[in-house]
Design a protein around this ligand. Structure first.
Ligand code: NAP
Ligand code: MG
Length: 401
């Protein structure tokens, strides 16, 4: 059988620890035997990031802008302990943060739904994709602990020196104040990334704020989203039969709990932080959550939502057996290959991505899975496989298909 050909390389971003090991297994067993894989390789493992003064992360983001599609392995975000462990020159920034900032992207997280791993919310039949606006609000705040009586004001000084003032509160005792901001540019990028992704995945998109209470701040989010939708996306949405739906955040939460799923939920920064953890844990497992970074000008970076699974890696280093779930990392590869196929008009590559996903899900539905899933599955008679054997079982299913 001849291998499936590619025309444009994928940007391949290798990573750290247990996921770096899974990365190689996935390539060796599930991709290289079937696809004449073309990648431009960047080693984002912490050792090489440190050697290159993190230039490799910047280069990989630039390559993503050049080619349009990347697949990324989980990477270590250094902290004090990692400074010693890897003898780092500096506490390098999170690669995800650097790449997100360079691509001006929005992250979409979606659960992988499989029979036998049932969501806690029993009416959720299809995945709910969460889009989080990743700039500003409480994440870039300024705070003052007010020691006692006094007046707090909001002051804006324009470039020409004119001041606008609003009274926040006349304190008669101790209290607290917080200043937050956002920019129209960032909200506009978020809006376009969300609407493009809805078109791409042919799903409805919901957005919610508290605009009844926050008549300027939250209302600006609502207005910008609506304005961009009306001017740039309405016709395309109608053509595809999909919908943009705006409601109040509390109403959105109530409706999400009663919905069947199968839509994108766009959230402001804080709502997205909180709701993505709720939605992902209700769907079952962090190891079954995919993540894609989409830039407003249409670049895509696919990855798993989980980290490098450090605890398993240390067991692996001691020679102990591990049962680490590779599903989200496999789906990062299939997502990237399918997108490459779509952009380069390679139906065989797209069909291969679909098939590999089906084989992965079928392997689980046939009762062969890693330990994390075995603990929560509703299936009987499951076989718990180690990290390598699970990937081999998927290969067997794929070959039989
Ligand atoms: P983690 O790698 O997500 O793992 C946390 C725990 O979740 C694991 O110990 C394991 O639980 C379970 N788990 C996660 N993924 C799993 C999988 N595929 N299969 C089976 N179990 C899985 O988070 P962490 O241990 O807190 O972080 C490790 C490193 O990852 C850190 O250096 C952090 O900076 C980095 N990180 C990177 C990214 C990214 O690159 N996108 C995201 C998050 C974290 P049990 O131990 O109970 O089995
Ligand atoms: Mg969080």
């Amino acid at each position: 059988m001849s291998k499936i050909t590619m025309t444009t390389p994928l940007v391949e971003m290798d990573g750290d620890e247990m996921t770096r090991i899974l990365w190689q297994f996935i390539k060796d067993d599930l991709i290289l035997p079937y696809v004449d894989l073309k990648t431009e390789y960047y080693d984002l493992g912490l050792k090489y990031r440190n050697e290159t003064d993190d230039q490799v992360t910047i280069d990989s983001a630039n390559a993503t802008k050049k080619y349009g599609v990347a697949v990324k392995c989980a990477t270590i975000t250094p902290n004090a302990a990692r400074m010693d462990e890897y003898n780092l020159k500096q506490m390098w920034k999170s690669p995800n943060g650097t790449i997100r900032a360079m691509l001006d992207g929005t992250v979409f997280r979606a659960p992988i739904v499989v029979k036998g791993i049932e969501p806690c919310v029993k009416n959720w039949e299809k995945p709910i994709t969460l889009a989080r606006h990743a700039y500003g609000d409480v994440y870039k705040n300024t705070e003052i602990k007010v020691p006692g009586a006094g007046k707090a004001e909001l002051v804006y000084t324009a470039a020409d020196g004119t001041e606008t003032r609003e009274l926040i509160h006349e304190f008669d005792g101790p209290g607290i104040i917080q200043g937050i901001h956002n920019t129209e540019k960032s909200i506009e990028s978020f809006a376009r990334a969300c609407f493009n992704y809805a078109i791409d995945t042919k799903q409805d998109i919901w957005f919610a704020t508290k605009d009844t209470i926050s008549k300027k701040y939250d209302h600006t989010f609502k207005d910008i989203m609506q304005d961009i939708y009306d001017k740039e996306y309405d016709a395309k949405f109608k053509e595809l039969g999909i919908e943009y739906f705006y409601t109040l955040i509390d109403d959105a939460v109530a409706r999400v709990m009663k919905a069947k799923g199968g839509f994108i939920w766009a959230c402001k920064n804080y709502d997205g932080d909180v709701m993505s953890d709720m939605v992902s844990s209700a769907f079952g497992s962090l190891a079954m959550m995919t993540s894609v970074l989409v830039s407003p000008d249409g670049n895509y970076e696919y990855e798993a939502a989980h980290g490098t699974v450090m605890r398993h890696y240390y067991k692996h280093l001691k020679g102990e057996e591990t049962s680490t779930n590779s599903v989200a990392t496999i789906f990062a590869w299939t997502g990237a290959l399918r997108k490459r196929g779509e952009l380069d008009n390679l139906p065989d590559l797209m069909a291969f991505a679909d098939k590999l996903e089906k084989a992965t899900l079928k392997t689980i539905e046939d009762g062969k899975m890693t330990k994390d899933l075995a603990l929560i599955t509703s299936l009987d008679n499951v076989t718990v496989l180690n990290s390598r054997d699970f990937i081999k079982a998927i290969k067997e299913t794929l070959d039989n298909m």
